[in-house]
Ligand binder design. Structure first.
Ligand code: E4P
Length: 212
């Protein structure tokens, strides 16, 4: 499974660049950085050699297409995030015909993911954490999407988004998701286990007793 980082924060991306395969941003994450949108995306593309998702904010298909054409000139690795709406899918269809890659975002049902794939989306992003937040089962949605895509051999890659904790990453991997996009703090947690810390401490202590 590929790991993307879900942030627009350049220091976080720089630190984790050796590990990650791509980056996802959204308007909320970009707004936190208080920097011009295109400048941030361009800098991220120089750091990471992989897909970098940048979101279109227009609500109508024409507006999204215009934004997408412009944003995609920033760098060849830029992928345009398009929200899962009827207008959004019209935009995805046109953009895919033009060879502009898209990541259909805010996906909360398998039918939405089916439509995204039919329209030629390169990626689809089910938001598991937000589903769990309202008492649903985000991973159940991921499982359904993977079943549908396997049955019809769609090449659209599934990005598990809205990851809140390491268990989400494990479940995404167990289901065979293509990608999990993970916030910096959760990425750091993936390295840790208390028994690893205890084990290292004990090995170092025992090592002191080895004649040098
Ligand atoms: C994914 O592409 C989104 O940027 C992100 O995962 C949304 O996560 P949130 O629900 O924590 O805002």
């Amino acid at each position: 499974m590929k790991l993307f980082i879900d942030t627009a924060n350049v220091p976080e991306i720089r630190e984790m660049a050796w590990l990650i395969n791509g980056v996802t941003t959204n308007p909320t994450l970009v707004a936190r950085e208080k920097r011009p949108f295109k400048e941030v995306i361009a800098e991220i593309c120089e750091i990471v050699d992989g897909p970098v998702s940048a979101e279109a904010t227009a609500l109508d298909a024409e507006g999204m297409i215009t934004q997408a054409r412009e944003i995609s000139t920033i760098h060849e690795n830029v992928v345009i995030k398009i929200p899962m709406t009827e207008e959004g899918m019209k935009a995805v269809k046109t953009l895919s015909q033009e060879g502009i890659r898209t990541n259909v975002t805010l996906v909360f049902s398998a039918n939405q993911a089916l439509l995204a794939a039919k329209c030629g989306a390169s990626f689809v992003s089910p938001f598991v954490g937000r589903i769990d937040d309202v008492g649903g089962d985000g991973m159940d949605l991921v499982s359904q999407i993977l079943d549908v895509y396997t049955a019809y051999e769609y090449s659209t890659e599934v990005i598990v988004g809205s990851v809140r904790h390491p268990r989400h990453v494990l479940d995404a991997a167990l289901l065979g998701a293509d990608i999990a996009t993970v916030p910096y703090a959760v990425l750091k947690k993936l390295f840790n286990h208390p028994l690893t810390d205890v084990g290292i401490k004990r090995f170092l202590k025992d090592w002191e007793g080895v004649p040098k």
